[in-house]
Ligand binder design. Sequence first.
Ligand SMILES: Nc1ncnc2c1ncn2[C@@H]1O[C@H](COP(=O)(O)OP(=O)(O)OP(=O)(O)O)[C@@H](O)[C@H]1O
Ligand SMILES: [Mg+2]
Length: 432
Amino acid sequence: MSNLVHHEEMAVDSSENGFENENLSRGDISNIRPVPRITLQAFCETEQVAQVLNAAANDRRMVKAHVKVNMGGIPAAAEFYEIAPTPNLIVVESLLSGDELMADLARLANNCDGETKVVVVGHKNDIAMYRELISNGVSEYLMAPLSMADIMNTVSDIFVNPEKGALGKVIAFIGAKGGVGSSTICHNVAWAISNSFKNDVVLADLDLPFGTANINLDQDPTQGIAEAVFSPDRVDDILLDRLLAKCAEHLSLLAAPSTLERTYDFDPSAFNNVLEIAQRSTPYVAVDLPHQWNGWVREVLSTADEVVIVACPELANLRNTKNLIDTISDLRPNDDIPRLVMNQVGVPKRPEIAIPDFVGPLNVEPAVVIPFDPALFGNASNNGQMISEVDAKHPVAESFDVLAQILTGKAELKQEKSSALGFLSRLGLKRG
Ligand SMILES: Nc1ncnc2c1ncn2[C@@H]1O[C@H](COP(=O)(O)OP(=O)(O)OP(=O)(O)O)[C@@H](O)[C@H]1O
Ligand SMILES: [Mg+2]
């Protein structure tokens, strides 16, 4: 889009250059808590709203958020998201009201993922319209002219409000047997969510003695998950920020020490606190579990929002997968059963159980089937790269995008997004 304006180019700081910008109303921002790692994209109609959003984006309370301010209003947004993934929050400004505004929003809704929140900035003070928008799934209607406090309070209310539950979704990965590729799948899916869907992900490597996320993501952090778990009382969002190693624009790692200087024996609830805090500040937390069965592994599995079991097509894997699915389903009777990923399929000369025979007794379809490809996976891990960094067009990289899409409930990239009609789904408006 030609009228794309990044906030850094338009940053306004009236205090520094000594005069008050008449457009820039702060409002009372003194009590606003830092906002989480969300992506916010705005499509404005007026300079005033764009300037306030840019100024808010540069405020310390919003440093964790990724903010982009564009012009063009709702029509530009609807066009942009025909091909681009939608962020956590879209702010659209419109000079219209009534049916015209609703028609514009319906076009945008067609291209919105189900979980994306939408805030409308309008110019009409009309309570009936406000009610109609809110009852149709718009998160908030703000009146222009906007203040920084308006936008920060709204973001906090949507994403930090404890009554609305935690912001982030915890996705836990476990192997049905050692060495089946559970960590590799976990890291690549975390990468896919952050890179293809531009949503922030914290990757927590809970294999403290032997974790490989630091190698696979070419990171050498000195501290990480160990510091969080050995001093649980000290863990808060500030400490967590310090322990995270930034791997990419949207991906941060809570790395394992991967040393044997001490043993790692934990209480069942040892990781609850740190995962909860990560979940409060980040839309997705990918948890790489070791292939073990103890109190804390069971606890993480029973509290995660999604569980992914990675298995190879052979007999011990089948038995263990069955036991895992049965036990995890008992632990979380009101949740979907775990997703199954078949990995390392087609090892030369290895007698394998055919996929239909493997999944038949389990009563699940594999979410994806990934072939055994030692050259591809070996090169990636030797270079500290993800599969899609080695070859973005490789079918295996596409499988990771598909898995990321399934686990996040996001619409398929660059395809008709009709399956995930977003916020206006309750409008009763016709799509298309
Ligand atoms: N589809 C695949 N084809 C070939 N090699 C693979 C494939 N998937 C993973 N690997 C390789 O298998 C090895 C083990 O992978 P990984 O460490 O991810 O397994 P794991 O299940 O996490 O093991 P652990 O039990 O140690 O946690 C790695 O060298 C990885 O690169
Ligand atoms: Mg592992």
